[in-house]
Design a protein around this ligand. Structure first.
Ligand code: CP3
Length: 343
């Protein structure tokens, strides 16, 4: 077995030589070479210039991870849809003119990815060429709830009050917004696959704000429409969220070849809950990487011991944090690759 197919095999629940590992946000500020590029370019410049997106995508591969993830951001489709934003220093994303009523939702454009996101597709082609089969390339998009939360709140949020106010108060407008976002995301993921993405991940990072009944009513129809369509391409789809312990069975039903699990639920409990007919990804708490190396190793070993058998991809429960020591990330990657189940 080559290094190339370890990750793809795990996604398809086939046997692997050692556990594959990649990390969400594996390209980013914890790496000195990323910070050096960010001194010269803004985040949006890195995303919108395929040669630079290529460079950043390749940076974490020196750690020996089993997959590359396209360097881009989940918010990029918002601009061509008619909701421009910027990444403000220290504040995260800021949508200039948040959308809070039906009229604003009606004005949003259901774009073709080739119009307005062509640079992402170009990056994917460049990256595939450069990777030349070394490791598979993951494409991605944000899920409708998570994208809607930025559109409506205008940035990050603690309680998602404006988002939920629209959802509960104007359900028809909400469903129109979800339909529009789902259609953009569905076409965008398909275009990424055509351009060369070998796996795609749907980031529903903030959907854990909802309980199962609300998920079923306001989210499920839209997410399942995206995932069921992408599944027909044969390309593995990772369905990811955080705070989703009570949502996992519904998320599995909505679709995905691989289900992401955050650190709030032990992986073997997730396996018991979801069964053997789906692959799982997760779930080291990203803050464990700030602990001493023996603690990191013990926690990684604990997860690996819970996940014997096929259909498992090692990852963090959420993205790597900016101040994480690179040496600890390197140790984690090596530890996972060196790990052997006793007996
Ligand atoms: O390596 C990778 O994982 C690929 C690149 C990637 C980025 N964003 C680049 C980025 C990916 C997969 C994302 C996804 C993303 N973006 C999500 C979902 C994943 C998650 O973490 O839940 C979300 C919610 C966003 C929106 C976003 N982008 C926020 C809230 C922020 C600011 C917060 C922060 O970390 O500063 C960003 C900025 C962003 N996107 C950075 C990177 C590397 C920060 C680095 C910088 O400013 O240079």
């Amino acid at each position: 077995m080559t290094e190339t197919d370890r990750f793809l095999r795990a996604c398809r629940r086939e046997a692997v030589d050692v556990m594959p590992i990649w990390m969400m946000r594996q390209a980013g500020r914890y790496m000195p070479e990323y910070r050096a590029l960010r001194e010269k370019y803004t985040l949006l410049e890195l995303c919108k210039t395929p040669e630079l997106a290529l460079k950043v995508t390749m940076q974490p591969l020196r750690l020996g991870v089993d997959a590359a993830i396209l360097f881009a951001d989940i918010l990029l489709p918002l601009e061509p849809m008619g909701a421009p934003f910027e990444f403000a220093k220290g504040e995260g994303p800021v949508v200039h003119d948040p959308i809070r009523d039906r009229a604003g939702i009606e004005r949003l454009r259901v774009i073709d990815p080739e119009d307005g996101l062509g640079y992402v597709l170009e990056s994917i082609k460049l990256i595939r060429k450069e990777l030349n089969g070394k490791v598979p390339l993951i494409g991605f998009a944000g899920a409708p709830f998570t994208l809607a939360s930025y559109l409506i709140e205008g940035g990050k949020s603690a309680h998602f009050v404006k988002t939920k106010k629209l959802m509960y108060g104007e359900p028809e407008a909400w469903h129109l917004l979800m339909e529009k976002l789902a259609e953009v995301v569905r076409k965008y993921l398909r275009a990424q696959i055509v351009a060369g993405a070998q796996v795609v991940q749907l980031f529903d990072s903030w959907v854990g704000q909802l309980g199962p009944d609300d998920y079923q009513q306001y989210i499920f129809p839209h997410v399942s429409k995206i995932l069921k369509d992408i599944e027909t391409t044969g390309v593995p789809v990772i369905h990811f969220g955080t705070g989703t312990t009570t949502l996992l069975p519904l998320q599995k039903k909505a679709g995905g070849t691989v289900i992401g699990v955050d650190w709030r639920l032990p992986m073997d409990d997730a396996r018991a809950m979801l069964g053997d007919d789906v692959a799982l990804q997760g779930n080291l708490d990203p803050t464990i990487l700030f602990a001493p190396v023996p603690v990191i190793e013990a926690r990684a070993a604990d997860i690996l011991q819970r996940m014997r058998g096929v259909g498992y991809v090692f990852n963090l429960g959420h993205g790597i944090l900016p101040e994480t020591p690179v040496e600890s990330v390197q140790r984690l990657v090596d530890f996972v690759h060196e790990f052997r189940h006793p007996g």
